[in-house]
Design a protein around this ligand. Structure first.
Ligand SMILES: [Zn+2]
Length: 166
């Protein structure tokens, strides 16, 4: 599932849920007053901003990119995510070997781990949920945000003449 952000000018911006959520969170943090005009940032309900609001938000985001506010936001966010510890893999329950029907059908229980440096190097049995490691990064770390995402969104806002999230 993804978010299609359609500009009234025909401009178009798209992110999957892993990219859209952190982007919308950042935008709402950086431009709270303008972003409040759109109530539904996290659903495909067709909510959005008009041309004037979109332009205003573009200017705020461009200023925040220029003065390092966005860079600091992204760095702080990444630092916080880096402190989260790995979680037990839900696919193999931490064993590193997926032995459910799918795992057996696809040969995961028989697969020998050949990756150099892998903690289970040369052991038999693998899991596609954790690369056979038994641990995964927490879900929160799957949501990605970079300065370029904000730069691209600001450029879209500038061109959009207003938008709807569909
Ligand atoms: Zn696993």
């Amino acid at each position: 599932m993804g978010m299609d952000v359609c500009g009234k000018s025909g401009a178009y911006f798209r992110r999957n849920i892993w990219g859209w959520r952190p982007l919308a969170e950042c935008v709402r943090h950086i431009a709270p007053d303008t972003s409040r005009k759109c109530k539904h940032w996290f659903s495909n309900d067709g909510d959005g901003l008009n041309a004037r609001q979109s332009k205003a938000m573009a200017l705020i985001l461009e200023a925040a990119l220029a003065d390092g506010t966005i860079a600091a936001y992204v760095a702080k966010r990444n630092a916080r995510l880096a402190t989260l510890t790995d979680e037990t893999c839900i696919t193999c329950h931490g064993t590193g070997v997926r032995d459910d029907d799918i795992g057996r059908e696809q040969g995961m229980t028989q697969r020998i781990i050949e990756t150099a440096g892998h903690p289970r190097h040369r052991e038999t049995g693998w899991c596609n949920g954790c690369d056979g490691r038994g641990r995964t990064r927490p879900l929160a770390t799957w949501y990605r945000l970079t300065e370029d995402d904000i730069r691209e969104f600001a450029a879209f806002l500038r061109e959009s003449e207003g938008f709807q999230i569909c």
